[in-house]
Design a protein around this ligand. Sequence first.
Ligand code: GDD
Ligand code: MG
Length: 285
Amino acid sequence: MKAVILAGGMGTRLRPLTNEIPKPLVPLLGKPLIRYIIDALPDEVDQVLIAVSYRKDDLQRYFEEHDLGLDVVLVEEKEPLGTGGALKNVSPYLDDTFLAFNGDIISSLDLRAFIDFHRRKKGIGALALWRVEDPSAYGVVSMEGERISSFLEKPPPDKSPSDMINAGIYIFEQEILDHIPQGTVSLEKDVFPHILSLGLYGMVFDGLWVDCGTRESYLEAQRLLIGGRNVYCEGAEVSPLADLKDCTVLPGAKVGDRALIRRSIICPGAEVRAGEQVLDSIYLG
Ligand code: GDD
Ligand code: MG
């Protein structure tokens, strides 16, 4: 089976982290975001297609330097084509049922169970669904049993039909590609609402899920994963007298004596001086 990762967004909501690196390579606990998806793929996935446009060369270099033990192909869009256009652009590589992911999420979804769910339902595709208190920043679904009966991308506050959102993890039949027009297309706005009659199913899961695409959610993901400890990357210099909790200190960063740091990421080259406080920050120095 093949897996597509949509990784061509500009990552504007993660600036300044994405000034120098593409969002898929932004480190979470020192590991690039996209690796959280790739490392969790079930064994039956033998090829990963990464739909890229912005900063393709950085990604190319990363995959040349790191052998992940499976075939990784970068498929470029000259101009970003939107989430639907990006899938269409990858279609020459797709010949069967495939998985697809938004490239900025981490999750504990059991992908084997998700694949089985889709095979039982026999629809054109399935979405993993996650419950949130405020769905307005996401794609929101209504359900009839396990079948999605409406899909609304980023509804206005208090106009959400439910608290169940699109978690950005999909399994599709190849046939979905016939329903994506050429050009710039949003999967969420221009495709999902029109293919509901072909059987688009939703599997609700719980455990862990975060879209790491904003500064706040990225720090939240770190806090959830790190559980009160710290990650010191190779080449980070941290004074034994500094007090840190829920932090990552990236390579080449320095932390001085008695610095107090909470729930933050200290970026390469940044220096937290002696006695300085850093709270809930992506710290660039
Ligand atoms: N190749 C390519 N080309 N990838 C793209 C493009 C494009 O033009 N535009 C966006 N992407 C990638 C992004 O890099 C990201 O990995 C993924 O598609 C989703 O785009 P975001 O910009 O992060 O969307 P969002 O977070 O506002 O909303 C999406 O994710 C939510 C869950 O996190 C939607 O799918 C929502 O429905 C969903 O609830
Ligand atoms: Mg996102």
